[in-house]
Design a protein around this ligand. Sequence first.
Ligand code: MF3
Ligand code: CO
Length: 230
Amino acid sequence: MTAEVLRQVAEAVQPGVTTGELDVLTRRLIEGLRAKPSFLGYHGYPAAICISINDEVIHGIPGRRVVLPGDVVSLDVGVFYKGFHGDSATTVMVGVTDPDVVRLVETTKQALAAAIAAVRPGGRLSDVSHTVESVAKVSGCSVVREFVGHGVGRHLHEEPQVPNYGLPGRGPVLKPGMTLAIEPMVNLGRPEVVVLDDKWTVVTRDGKPSAHFEHTVAVLEESMEVLTLA
Ligand code: MF3
Ligand code: CO
């Protein structure tokens, strides 16, 4: 459900649409599934989706802002159904021509794919974290340190935290039944971020663009499964 909602909202991201309209669409899609938006009301968050454009890293609040050609738009959505949360994010380029921005988005997507490939029962959590950081570094991008991925399940945010940096071979051993939201937040410039006065929107301190991808991943007996594939 999370995957399907995210896919449909991503398709609706076109020049001229407002982020508020995308929030309404998200609410309608989730209602149509007889599910609930995980984010709405979470610690007072006022919308069903986080939409973060250009220098916004995460937790952008939908509103009157119009999507324009050249924008890099991250969408983050959570769906709650029959007692469990799904959590997934993607970043859409709207008529982006800047090759640095393309490199940023491709790098972040690759970082998530590589991190997921590092998930295995008996493996260590920080192998996942380290993988994100390595992929970002190779491409000359930086990872955000103040916000992290997380366990996800009956609650949106559960133990353990899943940082996007760190040395390999550390942290908890991955065990069958664990479900993790792995979510690289990667910046084209410096890693530092600032929270705006709305208390939610996280932006890069240097004003350069940022990208975000996220999947909910389950550790299985002998492998893993991405639970938020459309
Ligand atoms: N998917 C994000 C996360 O994993 C956004 C949740 S914050 C909320 O933390 F407040 F908007 F719900
Ligand atoms: Co998350």
